[in-house]
Design a protein around this ligand. Sequence first.
Ligand SMILES: Cc1cc2nc3c(=O)[nH]c(=O)nc-3n(C[C@H](O)[C@H](O)[C@H](O)COP(=O)(O)O)c2cc1C
Ligand code: SF4
Length: 454
Amino acid sequence: MARKLLLKNDHIAGINTLDVYQQHQGYEALKKALTMKSEDIVSEVQKSGLRGRGGAGFPTGMKWSFIAKPEGVPRYLVCNADESEPGTFKDRYLMEYHPHILIEGMIISCFALGANTGYIFIRGEYMFVLRKLEIALEEARKAGLLGKNILGSGFDCDIFVSPGAGAYICGEETALLEALEGKRGNPRMKPPFPAVKGLYQCPTVVNNVETLAAVVPILEMGGEEYAKIGIGKSTGTKLMSASGNINKPGVYEVEMGLTMQEFIYSDEYLGGIKNGKQLKACIPGGSSMPILPAYLVTKTINHEDRLLTYESINDGGFASGSMLGSGGFMIFDEDQCIVRNTWNLSRFYHHESCGQCSPCREGTGWLEKILYRIENGQAQMDDIDTLFKVQKGIDGNTICPLGEAAAWPVAAALRHFRDEFVWHVENPDLAQKQNYGLAKYAEMRPKPEPQPTN
Ligand SMILES: Cc1cc2nc3c(=O)[nH]c(=O)nc-3n(C[C@H](O)[C@H](O)[C@H](O)COP(=O)(O)O)c2cc1C
Ligand code: SF4
């Protein structure tokens, strides 16, 4: 059995309550942290090699070391629990079933950063999770784990939960800060970065739910021990939310370095492709990450095992790789239509664009419209080239990375499945009928390329 750090108590009934959490070493890491110097905690996190689990994989200890420390100015910790990327649902699981590991991780992080206030910005649709967090926070307050003079240490800290209003863009850290301040969630220009001017223009660290929870095992075992789990610069464990045509969808904690082959096909994890079908494609890190065709899922272009690490998934760059991102792992079987899927994603990104920059505001609309035409048999061959040009015009030309999130799935679908786009244009009647029964017309579409045997 693989090692678990965040979900190690998953099988224990009532682990969401303070009593049961404390019966299983809960808040012991906090007690240890309160005896340490704050800079030593930052140093442990640096040694652990922990990288942000929200998508970008930025080293957490390094981010913490950037926080500005002007005299007399408060600092804030903000937990990003917006989790609106299609295919990603691991933070919800952690907060719903293990709220205290997040709260403990946040108190330790606040202490390390010299922050007395933490906020959890949670997506509005997670109202039932918000209530569970509120209950857990109240339990912690009553037990003296939050509030004034925590456990007699002299350290004051409280944490508050704030719901979003249903906008994906509020997961982008600066849009999130705007929303927390009660404004429309428009991303800010960077620099200044939040570590210098964040919430209410004060130094702020924004971290993902999973990142902050991982601070607890790091403190328990020490940064160096944590760094021994995983491979190279991908240390520790990662929560993966798996969905699509697999036998066992759900949230899994994996040690970094697990092979894709084992993750997809072993019974311990996803249990293989549903109904004995063939694998067609995989999006490994949430809907904004490039899709991989079957032959690049379990092997890299150089026929090496593809591993669940930041580096291995990115092997070959975007020509033949993708990104681990948020760990939203989506599997497509041979019956799925890549054009339809790409159109569906484009619809989402067009809807969620905040509209501040024209390449994103206009470009996402173009992508959606052209993809709709291709999917519905109303397109001409040069629409495929226009599609390519529009996504290229967005990539790298916007204030925030939502533009790239919209462009990359289109670029990757064109790169690996161009024949399917061409098929839709050449077979308008069949393309139209597809809407009424994907599986029925699946056999008429180009088949996935066979995987190399070695
Ligand atoms: C459009 C968009 C949506 C995002 N949504 C989330 C999200 O839901 N949760 C998250 O942790 N990070 C999200 N991010 C990344 C955050 O901007 C930020 O990098 C992250 O919260 C930093 O935390 P980490 O270093 O712990 O990963 C999003 C980024 C973009 C551009
Ligand atoms: S890239 Fe899109 S979402 Fe981001 S700021 Fe520009 S318009 Fe808004």
